[in-house]
Design a protein around this ligand. Structure first.
Ligand code: NAD
Length: 368
C-alpha cells in the first residue's frame, strides 16, 4: 500500500489583517502543491473575533480538535476594537491562549533578523542593526500570564486589588532552557538567559536551574545571565552581542517586541510555537506572525504579508521536514526585497510601494 504523503495544514486567518496576510500564504501553499509535487491539504477555520461573531466563542471545539490532528497550524491574528469590551475570559485573544495552553506549546521561537535591504527601516543606526540575527526563545505556557491565584477583588475603602501570580517549576524552566541551548548549538553557541533575580525569587530559581542544565548537559555552550531590564537596554545599545536570548513568558513578550522593532517592522517577523511530540511522533506546533490584527490598516490590502509567509517557512522547516522548500521561500523573499518592492510599512525613497497581494504575487514569481 502506498504511504500517503498528504499533510494537513490548518489555516486560522482570524481578525483584522489576518485574513489578508493568510490569503498570501495560501497562494504559496497552492504553488508548492502544484510545482513541488507536495500534497498539502488545506483547511481554513474561524478563530478569535470572527469565531465570536459566528459561534459566540473565540474557538469552537471542532476547530480546537482540528488543530490537534493537523501537521501544522498557521494563524493570522486575533482581536480588535469590536471585541475590546468583552469580559476578559471571552475575548478573541483567549483562543490563542487556549491553543498555546492545550497544545502545550511551551516554546516560542522568534527570530529577529535585519534584512540587509531594510537596514534603513530600523529606528536605530544602520551600523547597529546591519547583520543582526537573534533568536528569542520565550517560555509560553507558564509564568504570570497563567499563574493562580489571579483576578480583581474588592478590598476595604471601596478600592480593588488586581492579582496575578508568577510561578515557574524546575521542570518548566529546564524544558525551555533545553530548547534555547539546542538552538544555540546550531547557531553561534551562546545563550543569554534573562530574569529579575535581583528582586524576584522566581528569577533566582530561573537563574539557578538554567545554570544547572548548562553545567550538566551543555558544557560547551556559552551561557550569560542578564537582568531582563538590562537586556532591554542592551538590545538597543548593542544588539549584535546576542545570539539566543532565553526568557520567561512576560519578559520574553516584551523583549521580543523590542527586538522586532530593531528590524524595522513588525510586518517582517515570523514566529513558531512548539510543544512536545505526541505519541505518533508529531510535533505540536503553531506558526504565526509576531504582529497583531493591526485594525488601523485592516481591509486596505496594504499589510505586509512577509511575517506570515516567513511563518510558513518556519513551519516547512520545523514541522514538515522541508528544509529545501523553506530555503527556497526565504530566498524568494530576499529577492523581492532586492528588487526594491516594499509594502507601505517599509517603503522608503526610491523603492516601489506594492499592496499585500502584489507582494505575495511577487514572492511567488521568484519561486518560479
Ligand atoms: P499590532 O501588531 O496589531 O499593530 C501595531 C502597529 O503595527 C500598527 O500600527 C499596525 O498597523 C502595524 N502593523 C502590524 N502588523 C503589520 C503588518 N503586517 N504590516 C504593516 N503594518 C503592521 O498591535 P496592536 O495594535 O497592539 O494590537 C491590535 C490588536 O491585535 C489587539 O486587539 C491585540 O490584542 C491583537 N493582537 C493579537 C496578537 C495575536 O493574535 N497573536 C498579537 C498582538 C496583538
Amino acid at each position: 500500500m502506498a504511504i500517503s504523503n498528504t499533510r494537513k495544514l490548518l489555516l486560522l486567518p482570524g481578525d483584522g489583517i489576518g485574513p489578508e496576510v493568510v490569503r498570501e500564504v495560501k497562494k504559496i501553499i497552492e504553488w508548492l502543491n502544484k510545482n513541488k509535487s507536495l500534497d498539502f491539504k488545506i483547511e481554513e477555520e474561524l478563530i478569535g473575533g470572527a469565531s465570536i461573531d459566528a459561534h459566540k466563542i473565540p474557538i469552537t471545539d471542532e476547530v480546537f480538535y482540528k488543530s490537534l490532528e493537523c501537521d501544522a497550524v498557521i494563524l493570522g491574528a486575533c482581536g480588535g476594537p469590536k471585541w475590546d469590551k468583552l469580559e476578559f475570559s471571552k475575548k478573541p485573544e483567549r483562543a490563542l491562549l487556549k491553543l498555546r495552553k492545550e497544545l502545550k506549546l511551551f516554546a516560542n521561537l522568534r527570530p529577529a533578523i535585519c534584512f540587509e535591504q531594510l537596514v534603513d527601516s530600523s529606528t536605530l543606526k544602520p551600523e547597529i542593526v546591519s547583520g543582526l540575527d537573534i533568536m528569542i526563545v520565550r517560555e509560553l505556557t507558564g509564568g504570570i500570564y497563567f499563574g493562580e491565584p489571579r483576578g480583581i477583588e474588592p478590598i476595604k475603602n471601596n478600592e480593588r486589588k488586581g492579582i496575578n501570580t508568577h510561578t515557574y517549576t524546575t521542570a518548566e524552566i529546564k524544558r525551555i532552557a533545553k530548547v534555547a541551548f539546542d538552538l544555540a548549538k546550531k547557531r553561534k553557541n551562546k545563550v543569554t538567559s534573562c530574569e529579575k533575580s535581583n528582586v524576584m525569587e522566581a528569577g533566582v530559581l530561573w537563574r539557578e536551574e538554567v545554570q544547572d542544565l548548562k553545567d550538566k548537559e551543555f558544557k560547551n555552550v556559552e551561557l550569560e545571565h542578564m537582568l531582563a531590564d538590562n537586556c532591554a537596554m542592551q538590545l538597543l545599545r548593542n544588539p549584535k552581542q546576542f545570539d539566543v536570548i532565553l526568557a520567561d513568558n512576560l519578559f520574553g513578550d516584551m523583549l521580543s517586541d523590542e527586538a522586532a522593532m530593531l528590524t524595522g517592522s513588525l510586518g517582517l517577523l515570523p514566529s513558531a510555537s512548539l510543544g512536545s511530540k505526541d505519541k505518533n511522533g508529531k510535533l505540536r506546533s503553531l506558526y504565526e506572525p509576531v504582529h497583531g490584527s493591526a485594525p488601523d490598516i485592516a481591509g486596505k490590502n496594504i499589510a505586509n504579508p512577509i511575517a506570515t509567509i516567513l511563518s510558513l517557512s518556519m513551519a516547512l522547516r520545523y514541522s514538515l521536514d522541508l528544509d529545501k522548500e523553506a530555503d527556497l521561500l526565504d530566498q524568494a523573499v530576499q529577492k523581492v526585497l532586492n528588487d526594491g518592492l516594499r509594502t507601505k510599512d517599509i517603503v522608503s525613497k526610491g523603492k516601489k510601494e506594492v499592496t499585500t497581494s502584489q507582494m505575495g504575487d511577487a514572492i511567488i514569481s521568484k519561486l518560479n
